[in-house]
Write a protein that binds this ligand. Structure first.
Ligand code: PGA
Ligand code: ZN
Length: 425
């Protein structure tokens, strides 16, 4: 049983305070969970509890720590750590709000992950194995950022993530090696042209592009310079994160000084889908623009993955609604958007039932917690998005999947294009 739950303040990859929860079981097992933090957040996701005020940018978490000490720890003492759903529903009930604003999604996710880690460790199992419960698993297809943009790079581009995918790689290890070559080539091209300003929040190159197309052109050039064939070997994946610059069907592209209505935005993106080797697009329209998403998804047919992130906020009911209305064909799964492991798993399962692509994802503010690598494998999500190919809060997750792939040995099955079930419909 759970003996104690303790929370402390630690620091995330942006140097901001975050919540770490530590669970001690009666068999002596000690395990930790850490809350990540987003910067381009959906308005319907679980709300983080932050102290506000002038210190530490208002990001301190003393109130969150106090609620673990005064409310959560007493409630969880004596409970069964193997009944994750009961633990998580108790957290939901204790919070009592629809978006976890009382206890904070950062508080509940740290505790929920700590209990999960403790349960697996107590059984002596790697987390992915504990989650898989003897069912066959697939190694996820990685979606890896090359340039950062949007709010992760001072709005240097309107589009937030310019990423690559290597769905025809023979293994996860090979997909990483291909990405390493493309990342290096992209950095070299940008340095030669005076377009390189550093690295952005998720480790992608911080660019000085003058248009969004220049980013796409540079990415295609990097794929070629690395020795790969665009589309055949390496495809492009974008996170438009359109809620950051669009609302009420109007889209303001700051970099190019243009403003689009819904139809012009669709034409702009559909033009890219024709001219560039794009395989996946996340949040191409803002979270309040279901109509734009629906029309776009119909227009690209099932050839391109259209992912709901801010639009679905890892919420099973919203995923089911999206499946019924055919607004998107894939769902991003971020545990802290839901606020507990059980709710995130429900969203992932709802996606799978609908024939959606399911992508377990990190946040732009991350930590050394590698739980999401295990969730992607153990839940059989098929895809994993962690940010770029630099900075150890990112690399720790990629490296963890390498270890899992090696542990599976001959039984390891790399998801590749099978990770996009809608493409075969
Ligand atoms: P965030 O962005 O973690 O800053 O919200 C990640 C994403 O939009 O996928
Ligand atoms: Zn996103």
């Amino acid at each position: 049983v759970i003996l104690t739950v303790h929370a402390r303040r630690i620091w995330d990859s942006r140097g901001r305070p975050t919540v770490e929860a530590e669970v001690l079981l009666s068999d002596g097992t000690l395990a930790r969970g850490i809350a990540p933090a987003g910067a381009s957040r959906g308005s319907r996701e679980a709300v983080d509890r932050r102290d506000g005020g002038p210190r530490l940018g208002g990001f301190d978490v003393q109130d969150a720590l106090a609620s673990v000490r005064d409310e959560i720890a007493p409630m969880l003492a004596g409970r069964d750590p193997f009944d994750q759903a009961a633990i998580d529903f108790a957290l939901v009930a204790l919070d009592g709000t629809p978006n976890k604003r009382r206890l904070g999604g950062n508080t509940t996710v740290a505790v929920s992950l700590a209990v999960l880690h403790a349960a697996a460790a107590s059984r002596g199992l790697a987390l992915w194995r504990y989650l898989a419960e003897d069912e066959p698993v697939t190694i996820p297809l990685p979606e890896i950022q090359i340039f950062g943009g949007g709010v992760h790079a001072g709005r240097r581009t309107d589009i937030q993530d310019f990423m690559v995918m290597a769905p025809k790689a023979g293994s996860f290890a090979e997909a990483l090696e291909i990405t390493a070559e493309v990342y290096r080539a992209a950095g070299a091209i940008m340095a030669e042209r005076g377009l390189l300003q550093g690295v952005a929040d998720e480790g992608g190159w911080w660019p000085a592009f003058s248009s969004n197309e220049q980013a796409l052109d540079t990415l295609v050039m990097a794929i070629e310079r690395a020795g790969y064939v665009p589309r055949d070997d390496v495809a492009i994946s974008l996170d438009v994160a359109a809620s950051e610059f669009g609302r009420d069907g109007r889209y303001r592209l700051g970099l190019e000084g243009r403003e689009f209505d819904r139809d012009a935005m669709a034409d702009y993106l559909l033009g890219w889908c024709e001219r560039y080797p794009i395989l996946s697009i996340e949040d191409p329209f803002s979270e309040d623009d279901a109509e734009g998403l629906k029309r776009f998804t119909a227009a690209v047919g099932d050839s391109i993955q259209v992912i709901g992130d801010d639009f679905l906020v890892t919420n099973a009911a919203l995923v089911e609604q999206a499946a019924a209305e055919q607004t998107v064909n894939a769902v991003l799964v971020k545990v802290n958007q839901a606020g507990t492991v059980t709710e995130a798993k429900a969203a992932c399962e709802a996606g799978r039932r609908a024939g959606f692509g399911t992508i377990v994802s990190a946040r732009s503010g991350e930590t050394e917690d590698v739980a999401i690598a295990h969730l992607a494998v153990g839940w059989n999500a098929g895809q994993l998005k962690v940010g770029s190919f630099a900075r150890s809060e990112r690399m720790a997750k990629w490296n963890e999947v390498l270890r899992i792939e090696e542990a599976l040995g001959a039984k390891a099955r790399f998801a590749g294009l099978d990770a996009m079930p809608f493409r075969r419909r």
